[in-house]
Design a protein. Structure first.
Length: 415
């Protein structure tokens, strides 16, 4: 079996890292996986960068169709209209199965899937494959029908860009030998409700990680490395574009922290943020805040997680929520909303706290609950690591994909 993993990048961002971890996991169990990307940042020889002129021209062209919607919401919206060279490159590599991940930003055109004769497995990193262009639909359920009148485009027309993109997907993918894998039950529910994929086979396999890299590091040592205070309880928040991306929920965390500060925690707690630089005019969060900037390697991230007493993941939507699983692997309890992907990761009152969705009072309550009792906190930390060792080891994910790939290859051979 020779799988090919398709991803816009290998390690640039959470979706890329999830794809690359699977690729590494497959190779670690003896599966000769290859990975084809537009942007290669690692030195891994099994990762191939697609360097054709079309691949270079794709990203600058992706926004052209959106110019007709100047009032649209400034959220990611992908039309994937620009031609690519992926079909030819896949043909040269000649894999037995193709595993797609996040392939937007001008990398893989919608119609390219018709050129791939191998069984296709699409690991959904967000909702884009289900919709007319948006990556998370929010409160809109038009992807369950045929899109149009798109609220993100601020469109009042049925046959708008979202409807046209939806129709392209419907036509191009109708006869594809396509299986869907989601990392969470929430994403599986979205797939089953979608008009494009509701009749497809759907498997749920969580994103996993190397639990020998993401592991508890002595808290005192971790804080010394990061120059963080030893005499405070540290609340951690972080993501790519942590404070700028509204989906990550920093605007919900801010009032929860301010509430905690007014409840007597001000001298006991400090905030640590990764994935963002300190703003020129910081908001008063009620606590001293340490902005660590961005980290691109797993070891640095494991040190960051290990330095904290609690990780808060206040995301509005997550297909999975890798910062939550990474924190658990480092023995750090997690507070997250009881919604979307994180509700599969956190076991409330066992290795963290699941908050009533988008309730700021309960978010503050959850952070306090994790921190207020030292004996309970120690137990939560132990159980966090236990959960990661059982649920998220990389070889577990790799073997589940290996089994799925073998099934699909065998089915194709049978006819």
């Amino acid at each position: 079996m020779r799988p090919l993993v398709l991803s816009t990048s290998d390690i640039g961002g959470g979706a890329a890292r999830a794809a690359y971890r699977l690729h590494q996991g497959l190779r670690s169990i003896g599966v000769p996986s290859q990975m084809l990307v537009r942007e290669k940042s690692s030195g891994d020889r099994s990762v191939i960068a697609e360097k054709s002129l079309l691949t270079k021209l794709g990203p600058p062209s992706i926004g052209l169709p959106l110019r007709q919607y100047p009032q649209r919401e400034q959220k990611l919206f992908s039309t994937q209209w620009f031609p690519d060279n992926i079909g030819r490159q896949v043909q040269k590599l000649d894999p037995d199965v193709v595993n797609l991940h996040w392939v937007c930003n001008g990398f893989v055109r919608i119609e390219t899937l018709t050129q791939l004769n191998q069984p296709l497995v699409w690991t959904l990193q967000d909702m884009w494959p289900l919709t007319g262009g948006c990556h998370y639909s929010g409160s809109c359920d038009r992807y369950q029908d045929n899109c149009g009148n798109c609220p993100q485009l601020k469109s009042d027309r049925d046959n708008d860009l979202s409807r046209r993109v939806w129709k392209r997907k419907q036509k191009a993918w109708r006869d594809a030998n396509l299986t869907v894998v989601t990392p969470s039950t929430w994403m599986s529910d979205c797939v089953k409700a979608s008009s494009l994929f509701r009749n497809r086979r759907v498997e749920t396999i969580p994103f996993c990680l190397d639990t020998q890299v993401y592991r508890p590091i002595d808290r005192t040592v971790a804080r010394n490395i990061l120059q963080l205070p030893q005499n405070k309880q540290l609340v951690l928040f972080g993501a790519l574009s942590a404070t700028a991306d509204r989906r990550k929920g920093f605007h919900l965390l801010m009032p929860a922290l301010q509430q905690l500060s007014q409840q007597g925690w001000r001298e006991r707690v400090e905030l640590v943020v990764f994935g963002a630089e300190k703003p020129n005019n910081p908001v008063d969060l009620g606590f001293n805040a340490h902005y660590l900037g961005s980290f691109s390697d797993d070891l640095s991230l494991s040190i960051v997680y290990s330095a904290a007493d609690v990780m808060v993941v206040p995301s509005i939507y997550e297909s999975f929520g890798q910062t939550a699983s990474e924190a658990l692997a480092c023995g750090t309890p997690v507070v997250a909303f009881n919604a979307t992907g994180p509700k599969d990761i956190v076991d409330s009152h066992h290795n963290g706290y699941l908050v009533k969705p988008y309730d700021i009072d309960d978010l503050a309550r959850g952070i306090a609950w994790v921190l207020e009792d030292d004996d309970r906190h120690e137990k939560l930390c132990y159980q966090a690591r236990q959960k990661a060792e059982v649920a998220f080891p990389l070889d577990r994910q790799a073997r589940l994909y290996q089994s799925l790939f073998n099934q699909l290859i065998a089915e194709k051979k049978r006819g």
